[in-house]
Design a protein around this ligand. Structure first.
Ligand code: NAP
Length: 228
């Protein structure tokens, strides 16, 4: 029988969308385990509302393995890898140092999949693994260019998530790539279309509506399908 208390693991919740998703799922009655890399007062204050605050850096295998050990007895209805970075991404590709490109690709496109490989066996049957993608990761929608290394990293995340889904074709969990909209965070900046609460509520609606599904989808925060 399915546990009526759903449990989410939100990875990259120190601030921005991860923090907003943690608040949103707690308000909706979920049990939430949320991670940060270093001390994050905004997230730690949510302990009072029941959040379990944990530590991990998705770029560090030992740190991910240690988290897995600490969460040994836990299962999750949702694992949401939210963490992501920009790396001089407002500059054209040729103006960015190679090492910066490498870091953006590692954090945005590779580490989320490694995390999923380490944790997918902790999902309950009918659970969901979600990756925070971006509309900028859609190759089909890239008519104007810009944000080149970031776009490419999210397109690579989408491709790697499709490969992950194919590798686990017999899975009993769903795989989602989610676009939160353009959101006012440290990354999104002040002129963004949406506040964190609106985007997080939309993303939570999409995730809750798809509970029990085992397919793969690339959706925005309103549940609209995006072209690959
Ligand atoms: N804001 C937007 O408009 C927008 C649009 C589309 C997609 N997104 C995506 O949404 C996600 C969240 O973005 P945001 O706007 O909330 O950005 P943000 O405010 O810059 O937050 C980024 C989060 O990722 C964490 N993080 C970065 N590298 C990490 C690592 N190696 N291990 C663990 N955590 C790490 C950060 O932790 P620290 O505090 O330790 O740095 C922080 O919690 C990202 O994947 C981003 O690409 C955002």
């Amino acid at each position: 029988m399915r546990n009526p208390e759903r449990h989410a693991l939100i990875v990259g919740a120190s601030r921005g969308l991860g923090l907003g998703l943690t608040e949103t799922f707690l308000r909706r009655g979920w049990r939430v385990t949320a991670t940060r890399r270093v001390s994050a007062p905004g997230l730690e204050s949510l302990s009072a509302q029941g959040a379990r605050v944990e530590t991990t850096d998705i770029d560090d295998d030992a740190s991910v393995a240690a988290l897995r050990d600490r969460l040994d007895c836990e299962t999750f209805d949702l694992i949401f890898v939210v963490a992501g970075i920009l790396g001089e991404s407002d500059r054209p590709l040729h103006a960015v140092p190679r090492a910066v490109h490498a870091q953006v690709f590692l954090t945005n496109a590779v580490s989320p999949i490694l995390f999923a490989e380490a944790f997918h066996d902790r999902l309950v049957s009918g659970g969901t693994i979600a990756f925070m993608s971006s509309g900028l990761g859609s190759i089909g929608l890239n008519t104007d260019g810009g944000w080149e290394n970031y776009r490419a990293s999210k397109a690579a995340l989408n491709t790697n998530a499709r490969s992950f889904a194919a590798r686990h074709a017999a899975r009993d969990f769903g795989v989602l790539l989610l676009h939160p909209g353009w959101v006012a965070t440290d990354m999104g900046g002040e002129g963004a279309d949406l506040d964190v609460a609106t985007s997080a509520a939309g993303l939570a609606d999409v995730i809750e509506a798809r509970a029990g599904r085992t397919d793969l989808a690339f959706l925005d925060y309103r549940g609209e399908t995006l072209p690959w």
